[in-house]
Design a protein around this ligand. Structure first.
Ligand code: PGA
Length: 253
């Protein structure tokens, strides 16, 4: 059985005080309202990680993620944060290759390969993001484009390593725009990605891989999206900044 996951990507939002308040609210709501079969992940920016982990003590179904990491182990990389550092404070997941980092920080499929390797080497779980622009979709190449992102950054992995990866399909035209992919569009891409994974890793591993949807996912559309056979949860941006909305999404399975 693949894991149901709802992950909140705070992006570059919240002061420490605001972050602590939001985390505490999420913890209280999750404890009272969310069943244990749903894994909740909070992905704040780096400065929040060590204070957030303290607030998650004793809460079994909420884990912490960073939004990025360096592909390098340590050394002269000013401004970077290593996976070893993340590991040392209890971070369990790392978002890799979010479309904003691909665009603004020019992260390439090749660089993302190295990040995925470093994350896995230290025993953390990559949440690997993929997704197409509107122009690519309108050109009709979206399936090929997104499958190729997986091929180039993940298909070097052994079966054992690949089994640890979570995938997030986030059509770029739906991120932060208020335009969600319809449940048909999400299901058709998720199914295509799962069959693509099966060509490399076999049906059993593909069937056990969690593939999350991201892009304007909100409490009022999460139920329909999560009801799709190949959608295993969501990577939530804007709506993860409001505890009530985020937890309502987590209750939408
Ligand atoms: P959004 O962002 O929910 O605000 O569209 C999703 C994401 O970028 O992870």
């Amino acid at each position: 059985m693949r894991q149901k996951i709802v992950a909140g990507n705070w992006k570059m939002n919240n002061t420490i005080e605001e972050g602590q308040k939001l985390t505490s609210e999420i913890v209280d709501l999750v404890k009272n309202e969310v069943t244990d079969d749903v894994s909740i992940i909070i992905a704040p920016s780096f400065i929040h990680l060590s204070t957030t982990i303290g607030l998650l003590e004793g809460v079994s179904n909420i884990a912490l993620s960073s939004q990025n990491c360096s592909e390098n182990e340590s050394g002269a990389f000013t401004g970077e944060v290593s996976v070893n550092m993340l590991n040392s404070i209890g971070v369990e997941y790392v978002i890799i290759g979010h479309s904003e980092r691909r665009e603004y920080n020019h992260e390439t499929n090749e660089q993302l390969t190295k990040k995925v390797d470093t994350v896995l080497k230290h025993g953390l779980t990559p949440i690997f993001c993929c997704g197409e622009t509107l122009a690519t979709r309108e050109g009709g190449n979206h399936f090929e484009y997104v499958c190729n992102q997986l091929t180039e950054s993940l298909f070097h992995l052994s079966e054992d390593d690949f089994k640890k990866v979570v995938i997030a399909y986030e059509p770029i035209w739906a991120i932060g725009t208020g335009v969600t992919a319809s449940s048909d569009q999400a299901q058709e891409m998720h199914a295509a990605l799962r069959s693509h994974l099966a060509t490399k890793y076999g049906k059993e591993i593909a069937d056990n891989t969690s593939i999350l949807y991201g892009g304007s996912c909100k409490p009022d559309n999460a139920k329909e999206l999560f009801a799709c056979a190949d959608v295993d949860g969501g990577l939530i941006g804007g709506a993860s900044l409001k505890s009530r909305d985020f937890v309502d999404i987590a209750k939408s399975f």
